[in-house]
Design a protein around this ligand. Structure first.
Ligand code: NAP
Length: 255
């Protein structure tokens, strides 16, 4: 039985994760933390939302903390959890390469799984994109999310660009030659791959990766229509966290 604390438990993802842990065999919800909804009772339990993660970790036996909070607070949360020698699963986006280097440095014997996207279909889209990059030399990414998403571009699109760039041989470094009549018209750039972010009511989490080569394009497209799409990946991470080696970045590494 794994004792789990959910951080960001009153958020959109956190609420789903709380329900996942409550319904999951071999896991027990032992604490819930959020800046919002403090004092709110979690249905069918005696647990109430508290706002001090360190206090929760000091007062309970905890095997794993699952974090779905905000990009500006996630590193602080990670430092607190590692400091208490507890394993962690992180779905919060906004973690940079510098952050990953710091985590590796401070991790010690702890284990942490960080996944910008826990949806299996999105992970497959990233893997197929990496493969396509060997054969088609030009690519741009369009990521589309609900209008409440604070950060852009999405963690998934950044991770996709990183994976594609490992295989992309020929993408010409010509993006700076374009004239933008409105600043930002050509999107952001990660590893010389343009990323365009759309934020709209009615959307949840979607991405298109469009490859181009002479006379043809290939579009790989993934849609999450419901937050339940992320839960099998989170459940898998809970089951596998003990067995991973140190830091795992990307769900594809535990499939
Ligand atoms: P959300 O609804 O805004 O929920 C985040 C919650 O965390 C809010 O209640 C927020 O409170 C709280 N919070 C912020 N800082 C905190 C802290 N230091 N300690 C405790 N709680 C804190 O956002 P969401 O839609 O659930 O998304 C959460 C994160 O997951 C985002 O980064 C999002 O991009 C990411 N995400 C990842 C995946 C994936 O598969 N990896 C999928 C979907 C979303 P306040 O509102 O008061 O700040």
């Amino acid at each position: 039985m794994k004792s789990v604390v959910v951080n960001g438990a009153d958020g959109k993802m956190g609420k789903e994760v709380v329900n996942l842990i409550l319904s999951k065999a071999n896991s027990e919800l032992v604490g819930v933390c959020d800046k919002k909804g403090v004092g709110k009772k979690i249905e069918s339990t005696d647990l109430k939302i508290k706002d001090n993660l360190a206090d929760i970790l000091d007062n309970k036996e905890v095997d794993v903390v699952i974090d779905f909070t905000t990009p500006d607070s996630v590193m602080d949360n990670i430092r607190k959890v590692i400091n208490k020698n507890i394993n962690m699963i992180v779905g919060t986006t906004g973690i940079t390469e510098d952050n990953l280097a710091e985590i590796k440095n401070i991790l010690g014997n702890n284990k942490i799984i960080i996944a910008p996207n826990f949806a299996l279909g999105a992970v497959l889209m990233m893997e197929f994109s990496k493969k396509a990059a060997k054969y088609m030399e030009d690519v741009e990414i369009i990521e589309l999310h609900h209008d409440n998403k604070i950060d852009s571009p999405s963690g998934t699109s950044i991770r996709t660009a990183e994976l594609i760039s490992q295989n992309l041989n020929n993408q010409e470094n010509d993006k700076q030659d374009y004239i933008e009549n409105l600043p930002g018209a050509r999107g952001a750039s990660k590893d010389n791959i343009n990323i365009h972010s759309v934020r709209l009511k009615g959307l949840l989490a979607h991405q298109q990766v469009i490859f181009g080569t002479e006379g043809q394009t290939l579009t790989l497209k993934h849609d999450s229509f419901d937050r339940s799409s992320f839960m099998p990946g989170v459940a898998m991470a809970v089951d596998k966290i003990d067995k991973v080696n140190g830091l795992v970045h990307g769900l594809e590494n535990i499939l």
